[in-house]
Write a protein of this length. Structure first.
Length: 427
């Protein structure tokens, strides 16, 4: 399983200058690759291959007066930038071939100097010194704030500079499994996420929404107004831009810390987790900043990746499953429906033989948990569960089950092996 370990770096003055030169060369080569592909598209020519772009934009460009300074940095991060551009276009074309369905992958754009900068080095371009420093080809030795030991030899390392001027190094490595002690199969939970309440778990346990962005909205708005009055490119403009970036960075760090802590606690306390496959793009389009502040998509990705890493069962229930409308007591479809029913937080089942009053979120969690158990059991038997309500039509792609064997997942209800989660954000 591939994991990523990130540490803070503190380069000196000469190292920062060489890093800036490397970032600039990487950005230039990437932008040249994007421009070459755009030119090929405009001319009706086939897209150039990655190997051809490396020869044209790196090897031959170094011999020209306009790009001679590319020879001052290591060639490894320049080659990696060409590969990054190629992968970005591959994701974009795959999204187009799917009919623009699934997670959106936009057309690659030109990189800007004011945003996050990065340069990736493979094994032949970096080395871990015995004194605890990291040597990067073309940059030099960097002091690293080691917060833990690396379990194995990393396969690559990425040097990152944030918009606030902080430096980080991110190691990628293949590590063996580290499954948590197994729990009782009944120790499971559904997770009903939302905007008013961040998540509702089993037995009515609630995780309230921290709303970090909303708490700092006034400070950010004030800082943005000051920035808009500064002359762009001036020293005062650059200072104010840094203040705005620090506010956003603080909010992002708070949110990431919250998501990691909550997702890790859920995985440690439950043997199986059942979540709903949300249409995150539609939620963001309807609710805007409120949905952005929740970061529900990132939270569910953390749950999925940590389930695979720690050997927990994971089920992603189809987004069309009526978890809110279904009465968890009698199974009747009498709950609130559509956009008009979003404000209904409590409802009473209208079935003649029921009449139970439900909390909207707790009822949805109970339905997700019950149906997730069916998906999990059916997946182990090589079967597909039946949609609630007595319909004979099987729910295709109803869920994806995690496995205690890291790097693989058991067969889905349809009998096809699902793709393994290979990258996890490690906390």
């Amino acid at each position: 399983m591939q994991l990523r370990y990130q540490f803070r770096a503190y380069p000196g003055g000469p190292e920062r200058a060489r890093a800036a030169r490397t970032f600039g060369c990487v950005r230039t080569v990437y932008n040249d690759a994007v421009a070459a592909r755009k030119a090929a598209l405009a001319a009706g020519m086939p897209f150039p291959r990655s190997a051809d772009l490396q020869k044209l934009l790196i090897t031959k460009a170094k011999r020209t007066p306009e790009r001679a300074w590319l020879a001052e940095v290591s060639a490894v991060p320049l080659q990696q930038s060409i590969r990054d551009c190629d992968q970005a276009y591959s994701r974009f074309f795959k999204w187009l071939r799917r009919g623009r369905s699934g997670p959106k992958s936009g057309r690659p754009l030109f990189k800007k100097r004011s945003r996050r900068q990065s340069a990736r080095f493979t094994r032949n371009a970096f080395k871990l010194r015995d004194n605890g420093r990291l040597f990067l080809s073309g940059i030099g030795e960097l002091p690293i704030a080691w917060s833990r030991e690396l379990p194995v030899e990393p396969s690559s390392v990425t040097l990152i500079k944030t918009p606030t001027g902080k430096y980080f190094v991110s190691f990628v490595m293949d590590v063996p499994g580290e499954s948590l002690p197994p729990l009782d199969p009944d120790d499971d939970t559904g997770i009903d996420v939302g905007l008013s309440c961040f998540a509702v778990l089993r037995d009515g346990k609630r995780i309230e929404s921290p709303r970090f962005l909303q708490k700092q909205a006034k400070q950010i708005a004030k800082a943005q107004r000051v920035l808009s009055r500064r002359k762009k490119g001036s020293k005062n403009w650059d200072k104010q831009r840094l203040r705005v970036s620090k506010l956003y960075e603080r909010t992002a760090n708070q949110r990431k810390d919250f998501l990691h802590k909550q997702s890790t606690a859920i995985i440690r306390e439950n043997q199986a987790v059942y979540v709903e496959d949300l249409d995150v793009a539609a939620i963001h389009q309807r609710f805007g900043r409120l949905a952005t502040d929740q970061a529900l998509g990132e939270f569910l990705r953390m749950i999925e990746s940590k389930s695979a890493r720690y050997g927990r069962d994971f089920v992603k229930v189809d987004r069309h499953f009526p978890s809110t409308q279904l009465c968890s007591s009698c199974g009747a479809m009498t709950g609130p429906k559509g956009v008009a029913g979003l404000n209904i937080r409590n409802w009473t089942c209208a079935s003649p033989n029921c009449g139970v009053t439900h909390d909207r979120d707790e009822n949805a969690e109970s339905n997700l948990r019950a149906y997730g158990r069916e998906v999990l059991a059916a997946g182990r038997k090589g079967q597909a569960p039946v949609r609630p309500g007595g319909e004979s039509k099987r729910l295709q792609s109803a869920g994806q089950t995690g496995s205690s064997q890291l790097g693989t997942k058991p067969r889905s209800p349809g009998g096809e092996r699902t793709e393994a989660v290979t990258t996890a954000a490690v906390r």
